[in-house]
Every structure is written in C-alpha cells, then in structure tokens.
Design a binder for this molecule. Structure first.
Ligand SMILES: Nc1ncnc2c1ncn2[C@@H]1O[C@H](COP(=O)(O)OP(=O)(O)OP(=O)(O)O)[C@@H](O)[C@H]1O
Length: 672
C-alpha cells in the first residue's frame, strides 16, 4: 500500500542526490541514511516506499551501537510518534504488519545513522545535541567564504612576485613629459663640457640627418642611461656601471629608435677592438632594414661595424660574413638570431672546419628589443630562452673567485608595452625600470596601477575622425570611401587598412575602377591621375621594398594594406590613415593610426564604422586610449547640409557603383 503512495518529485530527487553523495563518500548504506538525519519523516515514508521488499538488515553490532546513542534515540522517538499517529488512521488489519514494518524501518534507520555517523568528520562528532534534539551550532569565527579564482588581472600580478622577481618597476613607472625637446648641442655640452667633446662626431651625424633637438623619449632614455651612468665617460661599460634594464612606453612616431641608438652609439664609439656589443631585435625584415638605415646614417666616422640579418643569404654565408666583418652591432629578427645562435649546434662538422664561427655573446653590452609586446607574442623557436641560455653559457669562466663579465643592459621599447609581466619576466631583468613618456600621468589611468591599455596614446598632433554608415550601406563601403576622398579633396599619401589580403586586393581593384569610371559617369575632372596599389603578405620581399619606395616617393597615392605594415614602419610622408575595416584590438588601432602624425607632424586617422556592431566595437577599443583631441565625426556633404539627414545614394551613384562592380566581376571571371 505504501509502495503506491505518491512521493513528491522534490523528495525523490533529494533522496537520489543524497544517495549519490553517500556512495561517493564510500558508504555502502542505502539511500536513506543521510537524508533521514535531516528529514526523518519524509524519508521514513520514502524508505517504506522504496524498501518494502528489502531484505538487508543491519547487523547486531550496528543495532547496539545505534541504540546507545542519544542522537539516534531522539530520532527514533520522533519516528515512533509519527508512526503511531499514522497507524491510528490505518485500517485495523494492517496494524500488525505496520508495526513490524515500522520496527524494521527503525532498525534500519538506526543502522543508517550509525554508518552516517562514522562518516561525519571529527568536528561534527564533537557537536553537542541540544535539548530539543536539534544540533547545537557552535559559534564559529567568521571567515571569508572561499571564492572562485579571479580572472587574470594586472593588480594580482602587481602585488606578487613572478619568478621571484620584484614587480615594483611595473607598479611605479617613471614619467617623462611628452613634449619637451632640447637641442642635441646643449644636451651634450651640459654633460661633457662645451664642444668639441668626445661625442662631437655623433652630434654632427645627428645634425646632418636633420636631428637638431632631442625628442622627449630621447631625453628620457638619455637621462636614465647617460646622465646617471659613469660608463659614458669611461672606455668600457663594466658591470658596476650598468644601472639597470629599461622598459620604455612612448607613443608611435615619438622617436624611440634614436632614443636607444644615441646612448648605444656613444658607448660603443669608445670601443677599442670590434666585438659583438649590441644586438637589436625587431619583428620583421622591413624593420631590420629601416633600423639599419638609421644606424648607418648615424655611425659615419665612428668606426663601428654594423650588420643586419639578411635572409636572402644562407646562414653559413652570413656566419662567414660575421667572422670576416666582426660586427659591433647586429640587427636581426629573433628567428634569425636563433638560427645564428644554434647554427653550430646543428652543424658539428662545421665547427671543426677552419671557417667555423660561433656567434659569441660574451662581450654583449646592449640587448635592444623593439616592439617588445609583438616579439613576446612570437614565442616560436623559444627565442627568449635560447638567448638567455647563450648569454649564460658564453660568460667568461670565473677566475680567482672574481667574475668579470660584461653586464648586458636590456632595453625594451613599444608604444603598447606588454602588460603580461609573466612574459616580461622571462627576460631576467636586472634592476628594471619602466619609463612612460606621457605628461598626463594620472588621467585615465585607474589608480596608477602600471601597464595597461590606458598607457596607450594617440600621437600629439593626430586628429581622429569617424565616418558612420548605416548597416544597409555596408556593401557600398568602397563607393562611400571614394565619395569621402572626393569630397575632402584628398588623394595623396593615404594608407588604407583592411582586414585581410583578400580584402586589400579587392578594394584596390574596385577603387581603381571607381576612380576611372567616375570621370566618365560624372563628366567631372578629378584632381589628378592617381595610382592605387596594395601591399600585403602575398607580395614578395623585393616587391614590398619597391612598393614602399614608390609610396614614400609619392608615386603611389593610395596604398591599401593589411596589418602587415601597422607596426614600426616609418613612412614619413603618410598624411592620412584610413581604417576601412576596423582593427581587432586597441593595440592594432594605436599602431595603425601611428603610421601618420610621426615625429610630431600633423596627420589624420579616419575610421569607417558600419552599423551598431561596429560602433560598439570602435567605442570599446578607442576608449582606453589617451588623446588630446576628441574623435570627430566626418559627415558627407549631404549630411552636413541638412543635419541629421539620413544618407541616401542617388540613382546615378547606384548605377555607377553597380557598373563598376560588374566590371570587377568580369575582370575576375575572365582571369579565372
Ligand atoms: N630628434 C628628432 N628630430 C627629428 N626627427 C626625429 C627625431 N627623432 C626621431 N625623428 C623622426 O621621427 C620619426 C619616428 O621615429 P621612430 O621610427 O623612431 O618612432 P617610434 O617611436 O619608434 O615609432 P613606432 O612606435 O611607430 O615604431 C622618424 O622619421 C625619425 O627620423
């Protein structure tokens, strides 16, 4: 009869869950025990329901044990009352069997409780029962409830040590004003006396390259490396003179290359015999060439040997070149450097030959890592570990308990310095210091907690714009881009960023067609014949160089690119950067727009925003970046004329665009 009684779903579920947890804790009792302790009556019924035919009985010992415990007694007495009152309502013929059944239930209950009791931990065993049979709760100290692991947060890092290193340098950056300049003459005379001083040749090289005054970041690094360091007045950079590694965050185009080159060239110009004293690492080959050109322009008559990695040559050829040429300065990508450092490990025979040469880091004084956040993401080839190991293994043997080794000063630069201190700490810094070139040190920088995207900064003289178009016009974006260029009369020195190789190719072709067709459709003279070209990773190394040369010599008007060129490239003539496709991060935005307004020149960055999704994303990535000027809206003439008017494309514009699209399709199909 009980077996057919309705058991609420919730009770069944509780019973089931209890059973699960019991079995997890290793108990072989049935499902009742745990639940009975808290909800005796309910479970009694369930027990009856579920165990009518159950044959297993508690052992004698269990029965005795359970009887001797007050807790069990109390529970038992409750149950007796309940069962009595229940039995009153039962038909007489079932009373006997009910009593038998109940006593068997109580026995099993006691047994279950006994087993449960053995399973509870010692603290619970010590709990006292109150008079009413409920558990007396002992006052416990309030302790925090265990919390789930927090998401990665810079503040967590900042309060801890990573790899045993102290992270104070991140939490307490040294700020330098971003617009201060000082003539190089004055700067050098202040420290080394009036000219001519021993760095006269370097100053003269700077001047002959039109570098008259030091920019802020150059003053900052000069102050840290030169003004505070005796090594520049002594012939060598001895370990005692190394006043620590530097990490520098300064805006794009603010002159970071010269910031590290000037002190390094000063130090090395004192050297007696050539030996590898400085390695400069940059992420890409075009950047290797760019830095090489700058170093060459500044080392005239300094007698220094400078070499850049050249992946057109075999490693063997390059190693031979190193052997003959004995570089003081090597400029490379990390990947190529690893190739050099591991070359003889892979080619044992080679070492035994007379031409065998190993790149030795024993005399290395400066290790420069430019665009460090990007290079930290290039963890392939395990380059940091290999360089670290090589530095260690090349150290001179310890003699007479004295170590005389050159202390390598690490100089790290970026406009978007990495905030992953775990990664940064892999450089094994020595007395690191973080320099931030920024006037406005507290604005937009919550609690001044070190590196994050709030250190990112728009160049001083850059004006940002946005063009918003409704989602319905998404497929007309190329037309709207052309419309904007025509309305703003700008067809020169423009870099257009797209999201992919394919997008850059397609846009270049379509823009060319649109431009040509425009004059035919509108019988309107456009300013000039223009050349629109693309540059992406499908272009070979030599062609890349040619295209960039054509662009910087104003032969290409509009260069449609991918993020391949968003980092570090110094294309001095860029007047306007257009984000045709949105960048995928604040970092990419900073580097893209930083291709213009370089060296404190003026420039414009325009971002095309299509629909509300784009709008949200654009707001999100631009919000943490510091800027002097607000981002302005760039309106089409139609929108300007009647403020708030929705953009409408004319029939002619539609036809012009569709014809051009059809032409593009024909061209693609005829090729394919
Ligand atoms: N003191 C100076 N006087 C005049 N021009 C300078 C000076 N220092 C650097 N420049 C010029 O400023 C431009 C930007 O310099 P550089 O490429 O070093 O910038 P950057 O800070 O490394 O930028 P990015 O973060 O984009 O790599 C270059 O054209 C460089 O020649």
């Amino acid at each position: 009869m009980f077996a057919s009684r309705y058991v609420p779903e919730s009770s069944r579920k509780r019973s089931y869950e209890s059973s699960e947890s019991e079995s997890e804790s290793g108990s072989d009792s049935d499902s009742d025990g745990g639940e009975q302790i808290e909800k005796p009556l309910e479970v009694e019924q369930e027990d009856s329901d579920n165990n009518d035919d159950e044959t297993s009985q508690p052992s004698d010992k269990e029965e005795k044990d359970s009887e001797s415990e007050s807790e069990d007694e109390s529970v038992s007495s409750n149950k007796s009352e309940d069962s009595e009152s229940e039995s009153e309502n039962m038909p007489n013929e079932v009373d006997d069997s009910n009593q038998t059944k109940h006593s068997s239930i109580f026995k099993r209950l006691k047994a279950s409780l006994d087993i449960s009791k053995k399973l509870v931990d010692i603290d619970q065993d010590q709990e006292e029962m109150s008079d009413d049979g409920s558990r007396a709760v002992e006052p416990a100290e309030l302790v925090p409830i265990p919390q789930p692991e927090l998401p990665k947060d810079k503040r967590v890092y900042l309060s801890s040590n990573v790899n045993g290193g102290n992270l104070d340098y991140i939490a307490k950056p040294v700020y330098y004003a971003s617009t201060t300049t000082k003539p190089f003459d004055t700067l050098f005379n202040e420290i080394f006396g009036s000219s001519p001083n021993k760095y006269q040749q370097l100053v003269s090289n700077l001047k002959s390259n039109n570098f008259e005054s030091a920019f802020s970041v150059q003053l900052a690094v000069f102050n840290e490396l030169v003004s505070k360091n005796k090594c520049f007045t002594s012939p060598i950079n001895s370990p005692n003179n190394n006043n620590g590694d530097l990490l520098v965050n300064a805006a794009t185009g603010s002159g970071k290359t010269l910031a590290y080159l000037i002190p390094i060239l000063m130090s090395l110009s004192n050297r007696i015999v050539p030996k590898l004293s400085c390695i400069i690492l940059v992420p890409t080959r075009p950047l290797v060439n760019q830095v090489l050109a700058t170093v060459n322009s500044l080392t005239k008559n300094l007698g220094l040997n400078v070499i850049a990695s050249n992946s057109n040559l075999s490693i063997k050829k390059e190693m031979e070149k190193f052997q003959n040429f004995k570089p003081d300065i090597l400029i490379s990508t990390p990947g190529r450097l690893v190739d050099y450092l591991t070359y003889n490990d892979k080619n044992d025979d080679y070492e035994t030959q007379s031409t065998g040469y190993k790149l030795n880091l024993r005399y290395l004084q400066f290790l420069v890592i430019d665009e460090v956040d990007r290079l930290l993401n290039q963890s392939f080839q395990n380059w940091i570990n290999i360089v670290n190991k090589k530095i260690e293994s090349d150290k001179l043997p310890v003699a007479h308990n004295e170590v005389f080794n050159y202390s390598i000063q690490k100089l790290l630069f970026s406009a978007t310095l990495h905030n992953d201190v775990n990664k940064l700490s892999s450089f094994n810094f020595y007395k690191p210091k973080l320099l931030v070139v920024d006037d406005d040190k507290f604005a937009n920088n919550d609690a001044n907690t070190g590196l994050d995207s709030s250190f990112y900064k728009v160049p001083e003289n850059l004006q940002e714009f946005e063009i918003f178009v409704n989602k319905e016009f998404e497929s007309f974006k190329p037309l709207l881009l052309l419309k904007s260029l025509i309305e703003n009369h700008s067809f020169k020195n423009i870099l257009v960023f797209t999201k992919s190789n394919e997008s850059s190719l397609r846009l270049t072709k379509l823009l060319n067609l649109l431009y040509t067709n425009y004059q035919r459709f509108y019988s309107q003279e456009l300013p000039q014949e223009i050349e629109i070209h693309y540059l992406n990773s499908t272009v070979s190394g030599n062609n890349k160089k040619k295209i960039l040369n054509r662009f910087t010599s104003d032969k290409i008007n509009i260069l449609v690119v991918t993020d391949l060129v968003s980092r570090g490239l110094d294309l001095t003539n860029v007047e306007k950067v257009i984000n045709y496709d949105l960048p995928i991060s604040s970092t990419d935005y900073v580097h893209r727009i930083g291709r213009c307004a370089r060296a404190y020149n003026y420039g414009e960055a325009i971002t095309m925003i299509c629909g509300n999704g784009d709008r949200k994303w654009f707001n999100k990535i631009t919000k943490p970046i510091k800027r002097k000027n607000e981002i302005k809206k760039l309106l089409f003439s139609q929108e300007k004329e009647s403020e708030g008017a929705k953009l409408v494309l004319t029939e002619l514009e539609n036809k012009f665009y569709n014809d051009s699209l059809a032409q593009l399709q024909d061209a693609v199909l005829s090729r394919g």
